[in-house]
Design a protein around this ligand. Structure first.
Ligand SMILES: Nc1ncnc2c1ncn2[C@@H]1O[C@H](COP(=O)(O)OP(=O)(O)OP(=O)(O)O)[C@@H](O)[C@H]1O
Length: 239
């Protein structure tokens, strides 16, 4: 059987004095879009950082593509787009992406491929400082797609985007997964859950459900994911 892309076992994370996770575990198979959902402060960013291997205070096992999370050999195989766009304001979209492409050793012309993927062709020559917040975030997303990484970790990539763009990005995530990439996408918007193959619902550092959109709605008898999430939390509190 194919090895999962991400394998998390007994993960414990301390940030300062606070224990954010105290022994969680799950697998993420290849070629799926996994949604990491839950309210602000539940631990989504901390978990993504542990998977990428940049979080301090981590104990337990996080294995990515068969290697320990954060291993040097994963540098070109794993991409991470943080919540705050990390791009140069005084460079154009294309200059930013050419710079990152060179730093990564991505194939020639890869910047144009990712500019098209995120729908920024018209803005390619514009300096990043002249873009909207949503467009800036898409530059960051484009940078994460350079070099066609096998695991793509995206922290709230659709924040601040209008519904049309949001739908376009989700279609892009699905397309990348169908080509074999594995995506982990965090969000606190439960409606986005419906675009995922798999859902990990977090609350205060605990996995309250590890499910699929269909199962979540079926098992809670709800029609919308927001209500379903609340139902999961209430049933957890009742038991
Ligand atoms: N540098 C830090 N030192 C101590 N505690 C921290 C630090 N950063 C975050 N935390 C705590 O860790 C917990 C998880 O935070 P995290 O940023 O992972 O949540 P999140 O689900 O991504 O939230 P959001 O959706 O608001 O980004 C929170 O309780 C937060 O207060």
């Amino acid at each position: 059987m194919e090895q999962p892309t991400v394998l998390v076992r007994d993960l414990r994370v301390k940030r300062g004095r606070k224990s954010v996770f105290d022994g969680i575990g799950f697998d993420i198979p290849r070629g799926e879009v996994t949604g990491l959902l839950g309210p602000s402060g539940c631990g989504k960013t901390t978990l993504l950082r542990a998977i990428v291997g940049v979080q301090a205070g981590v104990a337990g096992d996080v294995t990515v593509l068969g290697e320990a999370a954060g291993s040097r050999s994963l540098r070109h195989r794993v991409a991470y787009a943080t919540q705050a766009a990390s791009v140069y304001d005084d460079l154009s979209v294309r200059q930013n992406l050419s710079f990152f492409a060179k730093a990564l050793g991505a194939p020639r012309g890869d910047e144009d491929r990712v500019i098209d993927l995120v729908g920024l062709r018209e803005q390619a020559g514009r300096r990043v400082e002249a873009l909207s917040g949503g467009q800036r975030n898409r530059v960051s997303l484009a940078a994460a797609l350079l070099g066609s990484p096998e695991l793509i970790v995206l922290d709230e990539p659709t924040v601040g985007l209008d519904p049309v763009l949001r739908a376009e990005l989700w279609a892009l995530f699905r397309r990348l997964a169908s080509q074999g990439a594995t995506l982990i996408v965090s969000s606190h918007v439960m409606d986005e859950a419906l675009h995922c193959d798999r859902l990990i619902l977090l609350r205060e550092g605990e996995i309250v459900a590890d499910t699929t959109p269909t199962k979540l709605l079926e098992e809670t008898g709800q029609r919308d994911p927001e209500a379903a999430f609340l139902a999961v939390i209430e049933s957890g509190e009742a038991s």
